[in-house]
Design a protein around this ligand. Structure first.
Ligand code: 3JN
Length: 339
């Protein structure tokens, strides 16, 4: 089998490191691997297949000869370097929000809309959706295919790992300080204290009162699944280290029973149903961490409307929500497009 020249951009971040783990775990056909980051972290080394690989400076890197770029350096950096890589012939899979809503850039979740990948030829860029969107659409897709979803109301419970390494440290340090000394630690990464708390505030507020994270979920879901679906979101940061959870309320055109939903989801790619009310069986973020699946629990009919459903959806935001989805896109790309 042919091997590919792969660049990982933003290699030292939470998602970058997870991309390396997943390339190794899934035995992705990497011939040459180049790791790139800002001048702040360039010069460090990261392990891959038993070797320590030098992290090089992105600003000075020439993408010529590279075939696949897995980018998670932040939207501002992707804005500059993703088009530069694409112009050099390196197909970019970008984890940031920078290109997601551009009409000539495909926004892809391989279990949901793999056919969209072919559109990469227009700009040389494929966008990876926001983590909260990815796990939701994986669960919605089989329901939409069977019964046509009209409207979705979602509330999220998002782990601090989604906000980066400094955010993980902040939850840890604040929790320890409150527990050991009873003292408050002033917030740095988050707008208020996150330990023993909840913040209904992810990304920045916009003019209509929604945060950008909430608008991302609505707009991206429509682009990936169906522009006719109405979506409203409330996104909440919780003091959980890893894995996002979501309470998802759905209205469909056609009626589905709980048994039918369970059957559809059990057969769906990437989904694992963990749901048995008789034994109080459901998924939690601690148990989903490090796993690949999107877990669905608490499947119920919403009896307050005609055709309503409630789901509890949990997934590892650094894996399926970011790194794994990006590597799955790259797998699809080499299987059907790059040759
Ligand atoms: O906070 C989370 O749980 C997810 C964060 C996602 C995120 C954080 C900073 C910048 C994004 C994203 O993927 O939408 C971005 C961005 O690319 O805008």
């Amino acid at each position: 089998m042919r091997e590919y020249k792969v660049a990982v951009v933003g290699a030292t971040g939470n998602v970058g490191r997870e991309i390396l783990n997943i390339l190794e775990e899934r035995n992705f056909p990497v011939g040459e691997l180049r790791l790139l980051a800002s001048s702040r972290t360039a010069g460090t080394r990261l392990p891959f297949r038993g070797k320590d690989i030098l992290v090089e400076e992105l600003d000075r890197f020439d993408f010529k000869g590279m075939e696949i770029g897995l980018f998670s350096p932040g939207a501002k950096v992707s804005d500059i370097h993703a088009p530069r890589a694409a112009a050099a012939g390196c197909v970019v899979v970008d984890n940031t929000s920078r290109f997601r809503m551009e009409p000539d850039v495909p926004l892809v979740v391989p279990e949901v809309n793999p056919g969209a990948i072919g559109e990469y030829r227009k700009r040389g860029i494929i966008s990876n959706p926001n983590c909260s969107t990815i796990q939701m659409v994986v669960a919605l897709k089989p329901i939409h295919d069977a019964a046509t979803i009209k409207r979705v109301v979602v509330s999220t419970y998002q782990a601090v790992s989604g906000a980066g390494k400094a955010a993980i440290d902040e939850l840890f340090e604040q929790t320890r300080a409150v527990f050991l000394t009873g003292k408050e630690v002033p917030p740095k990464k988050f707008p208020k204290e996150i330990a023993f708390n909840l913040l209904p505030h992810i990304d920045v507020f916009t003019e209509n009162g929604y945060t950008k994270e909430e608008l991302k979920m609505a707009n991206e879901t429509r682009k990936i699944l169906d522009p006719r679906i109405r979506v409203t979101a409330t996104t909440v940061r919780v003091p959980v280290f890893n894995c996002h959870s979501e309470s998802v309320n759905i209205e469909t055109e056609k009626k589905l029973t709980v048994a039918e939903v369970r059957r559809l989801l059990s057969a769906a790619p990437g989904v694992e149903v963990v749901d048995d009310p008789t034994t109080a069986t459901y998924m939690t973020p601690r148990e989903a961490s490090g796993k690949d699946a999107t877990f669905v629990s608490r499947i119920r009919e919403d009896e307050s409307v005609e055709n309503g459903l409630n789901l509890w959806v949990v997934s590892d935001n650094l894996r399926k929500g970011a790194a794994l989805n990006a590597v799955q896109i790259a797998e699809e790309l080499i299987r059907n497009h790059l040759g």
